[in-house]
Design a binder for this molecule. Structure first.
Ligand SMILES: Nc1ncnc2c1ncn2[C@@H]1O[C@H](COP(=O)(O)OP(=O)(O)O)[C@@H](O)[C@H]1O
Ligand SMILES: [Mg+2]
Length: 255
């Protein structure tokens, strides 16, 4: 994911509203974040709200379909009404892929989904530019997201949030160990190597598990001094294995 894409799409229009007005620059009304689970999509949406000092309304696609039985369209209208009132505001619509009508099946479910999607489209189309309401969607199934949502003027910036590379993993490890007591033998670089294939959520879990191991030594009475609680490199290595056990090769049975 490129940081500047988010800056340009989200931060600038809100922070430099007058300049955008002056230069008559069209700004995105909707941004769609896509990538595997646990890569920080929700985190990014929240961080953008904080960075731009916007209010934050969060709703999941499936909730839109079930929360207001028989009144789903009204529910969507209500969300956008609240957002306009609370502007600058970011509407975070998680699990956008749930809003795909199974066309032609004629089921009532499909009908509800269709009317929710069309109400969302109406609301997005009706958002004045620079109205200071931005809709950020998230999905891990970009391939099935309703195409109507991806047309220009809707979710027209699609930004990939992939699993982190080594540098990304190191950074995430640093974030999650910043406030934790680390022993001087800890080599974050090495743990970043060992966590290849882990997503952000799993890396967070590694840091936490390692801290629990260190805590256990203290609680079990091996030390009386709280300052002795130290996470060691071995705690981290063990945690890597616990969070995501490396798949052992299963020998093929001879038939
Ligand atoms: N880039 C990241 N930096 C720090 N922590 C992360 C990152 N990505 C994920 N995490 C951790 O994983 C958790 C879940 O991330 P989340 O934003 O819910 O993922 P997603 O919405 O993509 O499924 C976060 O609360 C955080 O602890
Ligand atoms: Mg999420």
């Amino acid at each position: 994911m490129k940081k500047w894409e988010l800056k340009e799409a989200v931060e600038w229009p809100i922070k430099h509203k007058e300049a955008f007005d002056y230069a008559d620059v069209e700004t995105p009304k909707g941004i769609l974040l896509h990538g595997p689970p646990g890569t920080g999509k929700t985190l990014i949406a929240k961080a953008l709200a904080k960075m731009t000092e916007s209010n934050f309304i969060s709703i999941k696609g499936p909730e839109l379909l079930s929360k207001w039985v028989g009144e789903s369209e009204k529910g969507v209208r209500e969300i956008f009404r609240k957002a306009r009132q609370a502007a600058p505001c970011i509407i975070f619509l998680d699990e956008v892929d749930a809003l795909v009508p199974r066309r032609g099946t004629g089921s009532s479910d499909s009908h509800v989904t269709e009317s929710v999607v069309s109400q969302i489209l109406t609301e997005i189309d009706g958002l004045e530019e620079l109205h200071n309401v931005l809709i950020i969607g998230a999905t891990n199934r970009l391939d099935i997201v309703d195409e109507a949502l991806l047309r220009p003027g809707r979710f027209d910036r699609v930004i990939e949030v992939p699993n982190p590379d080594q540098k990304g993993r190191r950074h995430i490890l640093e974030i999650h160990t910043k406030k934790k007591p680390l022993s001087s033998d800890v080599r974050i670089d090495r743990i970043a190597d060992l966590t290849s294939g882990f997503n952000g959520a799993e890396i967070g879990a590694v840091a936490n598990r390692a801290a629990v191991s260190a805590l256990k030594r203290y609680v079990s009475g091996k030390s009386q001094n709280i300052n002795d609680i130290k996470i060691t490199q071995q705690d981290l290595i063990d945690a890597v294995d616990k969070v995501k056990p490396r798949q052992k090769e299963i020998p093929l049975l001879n038939s």
